[in-house]
Write a protein that binds this ligand. Structure first.
Ligand code: PSU
Ligand code: MN
Length: 338
């Protein structure tokens, strides 16, 4: 029935072929350097919804037990956990693979780290890399996955105008066409500058509104639903989000998209409460020299301690909510491409 309906819509069928070509062979990784699990690869070949998940959240997260794969499946999509397992860039890591990584001092891996980690493997030293949003986008794009659900984006750090600590997540969005669903960016970042930077990078930043009555919404700040900064774009449902993703692809613009999904109200931690905690965590990171890629994991762990673990349920809830949203978007997209 599916091939009949394709034949009846030559334009759509052309689009699909074009998408397949763009998505399966333009990635930077040759198949010999990218392992895709059989489940993920057959889902992609059949145009079933697939959601990429990052592994840094497991390897460098402060969240404890967290099963995001089940959330993706619950919403009808196939999960694809991305990371570098023993020097092999992999899309579709199993829970055992992730456990192996966690137990064997994985590195945190963004775009810059592939050369080192894969190079080490070529030199006979297989090490693991938990991929950040940046690293996961690189792998998702190479595998042909369009949608990625995660917690909070990296961004311009406070004082970033001097330190130049700007997450590689932002430049990745500028160059790699994957749609990232997050609860905005992490709340300890400089949010106005992060949004300025994303605008410069050409990234459409779109926030999900709760209802059609909301004409313009604020970009969310991870633990808080509002940041004081307006979101450039607003959508009201997953279909609209999927239409933007499809539009970007048809336009041939090789830039990622960011969809911000404010965390569920009942898990929100008031800004007044987080402000002091964030200030302390950021100050300690600076005093103790946690710069570069060590900064974000240090701050997240400190915030967990300073809130007596209260940040954890909020963090876990927002990730699950984003991943569910991502699965629904992937479902809508699969329908449009069919
Ligand atoms: N979630 C965590 N710990 C982390 C991150 C997420 O519990 O360290 C990551 C995300 O993978 C995000 C990255 O892409 O932090 C950004 O790090 P940086 O600020 O170094 O670019
Ligand atoms: Mn950084």
């Amino acid at each position: 029935a599916r091939s009949l309906s394709r034949a009846a819509h030559p334009l759509k069928s052309h689009l699909l072929r074009q998408n397949r070509r763009l998505y399966s062979s333009q990635g930077p990784f040759p198949s010999s350097l990218l392992k895709i699990s059989p489940e993920v690869s057959s889902a992609l070949a059949a145009n079933r919804p697939v959601v990429a998940l990052e592994s840094t959240i497991y390897t460098h997260g402060a969240l404890g037990e967290l099963n995001l794969e089940d959330v993706v499946r619950e919403y009808g999509a196939v999960p694809a956990v991305c990371g570098v397992l023993a020097g092999v860039p992999t899309v579709g890591l199993s829970p055992q693979d992730v456990a192996t990584m966690v137990q064997n001092s994985p590195r945190k891996a963004s775009r810059r780290d592939f050369a080192y980690i894969v190079g080490q493997k070529l030199a006979g030293n297989p090490i693991h890399g938990g991929t950040t949003i940046s690293g996961t986008m690189v792998l998702a794009r190479a595998a042909g996955i369009r949608v990625f659900g995660t917690g909070g984006l990296g961004g311009v750090h406070q004082g970033g105008e001097n330190s130049m600590d700007v997450s590689a997540d932002l430049t990745e969005l500028g160059r790699t066409r994957v749609a990232v669903v997050s609860a905005g960016c992490k709340g300890f970042l400089d949010i106005p500058r992060t949004l300025e930077f994303l605008e410069t990078q050409g990234v459409p930043v779109t926030t999900f509104a709760d209802s059609r009555d909301q004409k313009q919404v604020e970009f969310p700040a991870f633990w808080a639903r509002e940041s004081g900064t307006k979101s450039p774009f607003t959508v009201y449902d997953e279909q609209e989000a999927a239409a933007m993703i499809l539009a970007q692809e048809r336009l041939g613009i090789e830039t990622g998209l960011l969809f911000a999904n404010p965390l569920p109200k009942e898990f929100e931690i008031p800004r007044s409460e987080m402000e002091e905690v964030i200030r302390t965590a950021v100050r300690e990171a600076n005093e103790q020299g946690f710069t570069g890629s060590a900064n974000t994991p240090f701050i997240l762990t400190r915030i967990k301690q300073l809130t007596q673990g209260r940040s954890v349920p909020a963090n876990a809830a927002l990730v699950k909510s984003n991943v569910a949203r991502a699965a629904k978007i992937a479902g809508e997209l699969a329908k449009m491409l069919d």
